[in-house]
Design a binder for this molecule. Structure first.
Ligand code: G4P
Length: 580
């Protein structure tokens, strides 16, 4: 009977495991995780608001903006944020819509951006490119797009503000192709713009949806007609209708519907037109997005073969059944991919934020769940330190209010109160050992010496180390041993301000900045021997990073190109990104 009892509990365990696997697969399949890439003022806040409205996540449009405006009154964010009236942090918003679970990773919308913006993008699976119809592609969009490209994200383009005079859709298609090498597939197409904007043509249904101006917070009621419906002649002005018929024909010549693979790889961008402010075209976008966007993807990792699928069917896989039993499981470490559907929990710390609540002086580590199921209170191991941490106070971020999370699946972002256990790029896991590759540091463009009063050197060093560890800023050093002041290297001016603020607030150190007039940095992958081979270089300054590796700083692109032309061969490969 003992054996019988054992086998029945085995059976229960197997059933529970199968049920967990089924649940995880279903949750992963319905998740769509994305970030919006745009230039300030293109309408990201407005668009976010409208998207949230569809899931009933907010009840009145204007709430997101109201929250942003009322931030100084209602939230306990960093004082610097209050002073500047901007959001320095990027958080995640989660809501449900028609059976899908949407995770929007919010990147700060202000002019200054920081590495956080990039890292947030590094945690997204899909990118939505929001373009102001009148302005087309703008500078900040270019930078962010480069990151999306680097990660091979699918890109969805929404051309906004069509109720204002806008560029012709074909001009925007051309810009995307010229600037980004991105092919467009318009899913909707605008009819007129500005005062003459009268709706969009929806290609999948061959219908014309007419635009009616809406009040704030209301969805514009839209009438629908078949494209060939004679009634349209009485509604749309003759020249616009004629133009539409011509453009629809042109679109057909332009290209067929892309394959799922072409969209997923980011080669072709599905394109939509509308007006976020008037809530027109947003629903068509959202429905199409849900069906075309990719669910959380497998992630590259290194670790125990029991959790990883080998990257490529390796030559030596003589045992065709692929069982890990052939290797000494647990002792070997392979490179492979972790499926989001694995039943073993793993996550990546992509952002740290200090002092979100000054009353508690807490720190929050933002974790993107990569695989398995996250449970409140679960114990995980930090791959870097081997430390076991209990995740007892997990929070999900909705705009700026925090709610306690009970569970999470791949693609979800969870905020963990950080007992100093986490650093950016940390892997946490609950099953067999694994670790994700480091998140690249992004090429800095601003440089400045950071200095303090002589009697504060000790606290200063501690502060620099702390902020460096958190990834708040990159630090470089002069190769001259007598110059010990660190050089802060950042992608946005705001990072400097945050460092100075936090040095004072958290470490009690007054600092001063001396800006340096460099704007390009390149890591010399060949190391110091390559720098020596190159010999004397003009127009560049050699410094070292926190790991002692050589970095070249240039005053401008011109100087960079000149050095490359003259000494590029000897220097060998250069990288704009530093890998820890
Ligand atoms: P951002 O987060 O990307 O910076 O942009 P945000 O949504 O704040 O929008 C910037 C401005 O553009 C806002 O006007 C917003 O109302 C307007 N806007 C957004 N979408 C549309 C659209 O589809 N059509 C038109 N015509 N305008 C749009 P504002 O005057 O700066 O603010 P507000 O007074 O309207 O709040």
């Amino acid at each position: 009977t003992a054996a019988a009892a054992g086998s029945s509990s085995d059976g229960e365990n197997a059933r529970a495991a199968a049920e967990l696997a089924r649940r995880i697969a279903a949750e992963v399949a319905r998740r769509r995780n994305f970030a919006i890439i745009s230039h300030p003022d293109a309408g990201k806040t407005t668009m976010t608001e409208k998207l949230l409205l569809y899931g009933g996540a907010i009840h009145e449009a204007g709430e997101v903006k109201a929250r942003a405006n009322a931030r100084s009154a209602t939230s306990d964010f960093m004082a610097l944020e209050k002073q500047r009236g901007i959001s320095i942090s990027s958080t995640a918003m989660t809501w449900q819509y028609q059976g899908s679970c949407l995770n929007l990773l919010d990147t700060p919308g202000h002019q200054d951006f920081s590495e956080d913006t990039y890292r947030t993008l590094a945690a997204a699976d899909n990118a939505v490119l929001l373009v102001d119809g009148a302005k087309g592609i703008e500078p900040q969009t270019r930078k962010l797009f480069a990151v999306a490209r680097l990660r091979g994200l699918p890109v969805f383009t929404f051309v906004n503000k069509m109720d204002r005079p806008a560029l012709n859709g074909f001009e925007i298609i051309e810009q995307l192709e010229k600037e980004f090498g991105l092919q467009s597939y318009p899913v909707t197409w605008p009819i007129g713009s500005g005062d003459r904007f009268c709706g969009v043509y929806h290609r999948p249904s061959n219908k014309v949806l007419l635009y009616a101006k809406a009040g704030r917070g209301k969805a514009a009621a839209s009438e629908q007609y078949e494209l060939g419906d004679p009634a349209l002649a009485g509604i749309i002005e003759a020249d616009l209708l004629e133009q539409l018929m011509e453009e629809v024909e042109l679109l057909q010549i332009l290209g067929d519907e892309p394959s799922a693979e072409e969209i997923a790889s980011g080669a072709v961008t599905p394109m939509y037109f509308g007006s976020a402010f008037n809530n027109f075209g947003v629903d068509l976008f959202l429905q199409s997005f849900i069906s075309l966007a990719v669910p959380p993807r497998p992630a590259k990792a290194k670790g125990n073969p029991a959790v990883l699928a080998a990257l490529e069917p390796s030559e030596d896989s003589s045992s065709s059944n692929g069982s890990s039993g052939s290797k000494a499981a647990g002792s070997t470490s392979i490179e492979g991919t972790v499926s989001p559907e694995s039943t073993h929990f793993s996550g990546l710390v992509f952002k740290l934020q200090a002092n979100m609540d000054p009353k508690h002086r807490d720190k929050v580590a933002f974790v993107r769940v990569v695989s398995g199921k996250f449970d409140k209170g679960m114990k995980v191991k930090v791959a870097r330190t081997g430390r076991v941490v209990s995740l007892s106070r997990p929070q999900q971020m909705f705009a700026q209010s925090r709610a306690t999370v009970q569970e999470g699946f791949a693609g979800d972002v969870i905020g963990l109160t950080n007992p100093g256990a986490f650093a950016i790029g940390d892997t946490i896991y609950a099953g067999p050992e694994l670790s994700f590759p480091p998140i690249p540091s992004f090429s800095p463009e601003l440089f400045a010496y950071l200095r303090c009063a002589p009697n504060q050197k000790k606290a200063f060093a501690k502060g620099v180390e702390g902020l460096l560890g958190e990834g708040a800023v990159q630090v470089l050093y002069s190769t001259d041993e007598y110059i010990t002041d660190p050089i802060l290297a950042a992608v946005g001016q705001l990072q400097f301000e945050v460092v100075q603020y936090r040095m004072k607030d958290e470490y009690g150190v007054d600092t001063s900045l001396e800006p340096l007039s460099f704007c390009v940095a390149r890591w010399v992958l060949g190391g110091w021997p390559a720098v020596e081979r190159a010999g004397r270089m003009f127009n560049t300054t050699v410094v070292k990073d926190a790991y002692g590796r050589p970095v070249l700083l240039f005053r401008n692109e011109f100087a960079f190109n000149q050095v490359i032309a003259e000494q590029g061969e000897k220097l060998g490969e250069l990288s704009a990104f530093a890998l820890p």
